[in-house]
Design a binder for this molecule. Structure first.
Ligand SMILES: Cc1ncc(COP(=O)(O)O)c(C=O)c1O
Length: 457
């Protein structure tokens, strides 16, 4: 019998344009093809067992192979399968989900808009910012401020918000009206001897200067991840969001919290906004809402914004925005079952407890090595900053591509970790169900893999 494996890999390489993949390298290496998963483990088609310390793309918070989610999906698909939510139509799962989400969302959130992913959600909120300001008679208040190093998606508008140059270069982005302010990356950008608080104040002053330069009457919203994910797992330095919010409030700038990675317990609380004292006008969530089992997002708005949208309909007719799959009943049913797992298994509390353990283990194992600049993160989100020499704060030559070298070695040793090449860091966001023994295994494999790569530099 023919061996089917090489065929699968070849067919993939011959036929698929992979997202966020180096097309040139990929033509030589081909894909790594996953076949099955259980808990924190995956099996690829070559029979390798891998521990996934990233939860897919920071989303499989309840772990792989959960029958409860499969059952919910099956029941909702059998019951009806699909019905849309345009023109006032609805379905039972989206109603029960909306009620449940609003009961756990930060208190000032009043309505939820459903779509199919993080980019859709941020796109929708950006449009709502424009719509809102047009309706309240401030049509010029339409510029959105994002931050360098941010990640907000890859649609035309959200790739513009994303503050990573590779998402702009040669795509004719960013679009007009998106402004980037400096990132909260204290490790990289603090001046010698500058305290975290002073750095935060400087960032807020730079934001204010940018607002004044463009004209406060032209700035509609500011968007931020509570902890930056793909841009480096950058936790806000002391006082950062309180200083930033002084500026956004002063100039009547709406605050969008992008909780696509942080939401639903990743940081040890339900919301990153709660961890850092953010009081947003809008919140975008996706990923862990269904633990990645179904493409689904939930974006929240306050009553103040809702009121204006209602007035808009009185003036213009329907709110002319939405997607075929907004409020998909199968996705909503999966989200309900997923939230039940999070609550029944106390995964938010577990994330706080096991997150602290994970950080402590990383610190004990590699924290004082000369190749580690810092270990950052919060809850079950962490990154190790790799350095040529930490004591002199010497970064690697970017051509070394140190983070992918380390994660490739991790993979050879049975661990999936995420390289963040733009900041020479390796990121971890294990499923929240990971046990302490599994966290030990992640740290052990990372430890010997990173040492092996560093010894060869
Ligand atoms: C913070 C954040 N926002 C938005 C997105 C975009 O989500 P999606 O890939 O589902 O469009 C991501 C994806 O990683 C993200 O990390």
């Amino acid at each position: 019998m023919r061996n089917p494996l090489p065929d699968l890999k070849k067919t993939d390489a011959d036929s698929i344009l992979h997202p966020s993949t180096n097309a040139n390298d990929f033509a030589k290496t081909g894909p790594r093809v996953m076949k099955s998963g259980q808990g924190v483990y995956l099996h690829d088609i070559e029979g390798n067992k891998l521990i996934d310390s990233v939860a897919g793309l920071w989303c499989v918070n309840v772990g792989y192979g959960r029958k409860e989610l499969a059952d919910a999906m099956h029941a909702a698909a059998t019951e009806m399968g699909y019905y849309h939510t345009f023109t006032g139509m609805s379905n039972v799962p989206q109603i029960t989900l909306a009620e449940r989400l609003l009961s756990i969302a930060p208190a000032n959130m009043s309505k939820v808009f459903f779509a199919s992913g993080g980019s859709d959600g941020n796109d929708s909120l950006m449009k709502i910012v424009w719509y809102y300001h047009n309706l309240i008679g401030k049509p010029e208040k339409r510029k959105i401020i994002s931050r360098w190093q941010a990640y907000h998606g890859t649609s035309i508008a959200t790739a513009s918000l994303t503050g990573l140059p590779s998402f702009h270069r040669d795509f004719n982005l960013p679009i007009e009206g998106v402004i980037h302010t400096e990132s909260p990356d204290y490790f990289r950008h603090a001046h010698d001897g500058e305290s975290e608080l002073n750095f935060s104040k400087r960032r807020a002053a730079e934001l204010e200067a940018s607002v004044l330069e463009h004209g406060p009457e032209t700035i509609g919203a500011f968007i931020a991840e509570p902890v930056m994910g793909a841009g480096g797992v950058i936790t806000p330095p002391e006082g950062y969001f309180s200083e930033i919010q002084k500026v956004t409030r002063k100039y009547d700038i709406l605050f969008i919290a992008d909780e696509v990675v942080c939401g639903y317990g990743r940081l040890g609380r339900w919301w990153g906004s709660d961890v850092y004292g953010i009081e947003p006008d809008m919140i975008n969530t996706a990923k862990a809402l269904t633990s990645g089992y179904f493409p689904f997002s939930a974006s929240f708005i306050t009553e103040k914004i809702w009121d204006v949208i209602k007035q808009g309909s009185a003036k213009y007719g329907s709110f002319a925005h939405g997607y075929t799959y907004s409020g998909h009943p199968v996705g909503a049913a999966v989200a309900m079952a997923n939230l039940s797992i999070i609550e029944n298994e106390k995964l938010v509390e577990r994330s706080a407890k096991h997150g602290a353990y994970f950080h402590q283990k990383l610190q004990e194992t590699v924290g004082t090595e000369s190749f580690v600049g810092e270990i950052r993160g919060q809850g079950m989100l962490a990154a190790v900053q790799l350095m040529q020499e930490a004591s002199t704060k010497t970064f690697f030559n970017p051509n070394t591509k140190i983070a992918p070298l380390v994660t490739a070695e991790c993979y050879n040793n049975g661990l999936i970790a995420r390289p963040l090449p733009s900041v020479d860091s390796v990121a971890f966001s294990p499923p929240l169900v990971a046990s302490k023994a599994e966290i030990d295994q992640i740290v052990d494999i990372f430890n010997h893999s990173v040492r092996k790569v560093m010894a060869a530099q």
